[in-house]
Design a protein around this ligand. Structure first.
Ligand code: BTN
Length: 246
């Protein structure tokens, strides 16, 4: 029988990802265990950014997985699994939810949530993954450093129960992770593509050479984004090598 995941709720901590990683150095935790707080004071975002969250208003939590059957070279399918699990669960409350490559959660053109995945590799496999999730739920204004933030309350006009949403997200993460481990990746791949922000049509992007118009041609299993310009030339980008322009 699988050990039961622990849910560790703390009043206030700097970062649930940092706390969970430290805790894992001290003791074992069952897979899918969670650290959650209503007051994250120094939330961390991707590529060294910070993650803003007003106390008591949003979901900020981290969950641990041990996806050691996933080769390090296939990390992107794990990232897709997480974003699909969250998008599908959030659609029980707000629709439509898009996934902006690689794994931001979007409503129309605004960011509703973010994911910070911190993997530990052993040999060629992912031995431990701490997945940090921030969902803007009841916060209604964002500072200038989050120019395109939006929350569930801003979309729906109503106040949401954080516990209800957390439970749905946790259940969905467990369910989709199980699919991944069992090798059932077809639904995950399909759901990632069907939720993909800007999946068809030409839009503005910016790379190191400036702005250009392109359409998403494909996303490679490695996670690279391939953009096709009107002259049919295709450029391939790693995360942060290209920016989406509104
Ligand atoms: C992003 O930049 O889009 C990722 C944001 C991830 C934020 C979450 S909130 C809970 C967890 N703890 C952190 O310090 N960061 C993540």
């Amino acid at each position: 029988m699988e050990p039961i995941p622990e849910i560790i709720q703390l009043k206030s901590i700097p970062s649930t990802n940092s706390y969970l990683k430290e805790l894992l150095k001290q003791r074992n935790l069952a897979e899918c265990s969670v650290v959650i707080t209503h007051n994250q004071t120094r939330g961390r975002g991707q590529i060294g950014n910070s993650w803003e969250s007003e106390p008591g208003k949003n979901l900020t939590f981290s969950i641990v997985f041990y996806p050691d059957i996933i080769p390090a070279s296939h990390q992107f399918i794990f990232s897709k699994t997480i974003s699909v699990a969250l998008a599908v669960a959030l659609e029980e409350f707000i629709t439509p939810i898009d996934i902006k490559w690689p794994n931001d959660l979007y409503y129309q053109h605004q960011k509703l949530g973010g994911i910070l995945i911190e993997n530990s590799l052993e040999g060629n496999s992912i031995s431990q993954s701490v997945v940090g999730i921030g969902i803007n739920v009841n916060q209604t204004s964002f500072s200038a450093i989050v120019p395109n933030g939006i929350s569930m309350k801003m979309i729906s006009g109503k106040e949401w129960n954080l516990q209800t949403i957390f439970q749905k997200l946790h259940e969905s993460l467990i369910k989709f992770y199980q699919e991944l481990i069992e090798g059932n990746t077809t639904t995950i791949e399909e759901q990632y593509l069907s939720h993909l922000y800007r999946k068809s049509g030409y839009f503005k992007y910016r790379d190191k050479n400036g702005e250009f118009l392109a359409t998403i041609s494909t996303i490679e299993p490695s996670g690279h984004l391939c953009l096709k310009r009107p002259d049919q030339t295709i450029s391939k980008y790693a995360f942060k090598e290209v920016e989406f322009i509104l």
